[in-house]
Design a protein around this ligand. Sequence first.
Ligand code: GLU
Length: 423
Amino acid sequence: MSDLAVDQSTDIAPSTASSGGEAILSNRVRQIRMSATIAMAERAATLKHAGKDIISLALGELDFATPRHVIDAAHNAAQNGFTRYTAPDGAPIVKEAVREKLRRDNSLVYGTNEIHVAAGCKQVIYNALASTINPGDEVIVFSPYWVSYVDMVEFCGGIPRVVATDFESGFLPDPAALAKSMSHRTKWVLLNSPNNPTGAVYPRELLAQLAAVAGASPNTLILSDEIYEHLVFDGNTSTSLGTIAPELRDRSLIVNGVSKSYAMTGWRIGFAAGPEWLIRSMAKVQSQTAGNASSISQAAAAAAMTGDQNFIPIWRSALQRRRDAALEILRGSPWLRVPQVPGAFYIFVDVARCIGAYTPQRRILETDLDFADYILDEAGVAVVAGGAFGASPYVRLSFALDDQRLREACRRIVVACDSLASG
Ligand code: GLU
């Protein structure tokens, strides 16, 4: 384990079997699936609890410890009585911290009335979609996409319009394909750079083109999920939609959070900056559903965003080193096609060459789900099948774990691939 790392063993409890009564459930909830990343992490946890030697590359979270000054801030908040309800969409202390972060990192100036804070980006995005989608409204999502976008859109009664990107073009969206998919019903275009699951980082020029296409339709909003902003490699830079398209400020929602940059996944703090009318509505949704995110987490997030930022480049270099090691090992297998990874901490591996192959048990691999199952059974490594991200046959693996375990996991994947026989 590297000196930066803490114990990665997940705290997600093993899942319990469902107990019937499904017919009573709403159509809305029956339409969606359990988050595939979380489901695979639970599966890995169940196997670990049973004593199996499993390395989980399923869930996107850093293994680094939350910085000490952030933990101290949480401790102080708890000691000093910052333990009561706050405004549903965030206390002044955290909204001010978001303002400072946006000014410092993105040169963006927002008022506290234009900022929303909730329990993670997931809740922020849900509040935005729930505030705006009417039945039949369309939302454009580029695939491969983060697992929850499509389900959230459907849960809100919208229709996801999926626009594919491909391996050859580095999984970068094509503005012409976006233009073709837009209609008078397009309520949102969702952008995500650096991207989960592909690691693609949209160049400035491309982001500007995508914004121009989306912005040309006056009733369309643009959501830019920038949660992996600080995790870019090889000198790449990530650009905020707010910086590139200030003219679209009234229809843009910039989403970010502390989970990925500050190793704070469990603290659950995400935020958004956008037009006041939308922020007000998102607060209304939050006030009627969850209420405020934990006050103590808000204080911690404020300390993270306003305190020392010097560890970020150190973490970035550690991740780049891990990425390079993982890529080198995986590229050694003729069974896998492995992309460039300019950002985030995932590798989205093309497993098409494995489809149709036989396992040593003479089982045929028909889908990427079969491949993920095989890797879990044969290699004891948990990865997430591409279908959940709207692209098959692929698997996503996270390289946000300590160097030694990561190398071991990648070697095991390569060995398991070597044991396949062509169909
Ligand atoms: N964003 C992380 C991932 O993609 C966390 C899990 C989730 O929220 O789905 O693995």
